[in-house]
Design a protein around this ligand. Sequence first.
Ligand code: ADP
Ligand code: ADP
Length: 228
Amino acid sequence: REVVQFQQVDKVFNNEIIALSDFDLSIREGELVCFLGPSGCGKSTALRMVAGLGEATAGSVNVFGNHPKEMIKETNDIAFVFQDANLLPWRTVLDNVLLPLELRGGDKKEHKKEAIRVLEMVGLKDYLKAYPRQLSGGMKMRVSIARALAAKPKLLLMDEPFAALDEITRQTLQMELLDIWQKENMTILFVTHNVYEAVFLSTRIAVMSARPGRLTSLIDIDLPFPRQ
Ligand code: ADP
Ligand code: ADP
């Protein structure tokens, strides 16, 4: 099943900056795909369009066969993790993860159970009552990932999620993300300019080039350990 489909997408800013040109790509269910390329090649622009942030100038972007904006409005199927963890400083770890669930309404006890489950998954069950300022950068990013997972998205989008972390923390979180991808039934699409991260953390790399942003090649990768 197609999860994401770019069809001949052009994206032009201010009638002059061509961020994407004739961009064609299909992503199937369960894939772990990254956009790899130099700064300014349109990676974020492409990712943001999948999240309904920005319209194609020409061509179309579909998610599960629908317009991304509709999917964001009507379902919990898409979650977005930014480079900055974006936690609310006055809310505890648990309450940060609960926030998107609360906004959707529903059973509070169920929400709490789910929030604790995902915080356990990222190794933070002892930090439910901690505040963001008490956490390291890696832990903040784990909370941000837990918050995204709490809504049980079918598609997780990540924009350079580990770029601001030190090398060792980055490698740990890369391992953890692979683990999450293997356990949860999810498609992941992320952006990186780090070749190592792309090779280590993808089943398929979409290589892009700048000026204007084009897809130059697709590389399939066999992960060293298969999905369960
Ligand atoms: P990448 O994520 O690969 O670094 P971006 O998608 O952020 O690249 O940007 C692609 C190109 O589009 C760049 O030239 C950038 O300056 C431009 N761009 C991105 N967003 C905007 C915007 N909102 N307005 C104008 N230009 C933009
Ligand atoms: P990244 O490098 O991770 O793509 P950027 O710093 O390029 O992030 O972009 C961050 C935000 O600024 C995005 O919302 C993008 O649309 C906007 N942006 C990027 N380039 C430009 C630009 N040249 N003019 C206006 N907005 C821009």
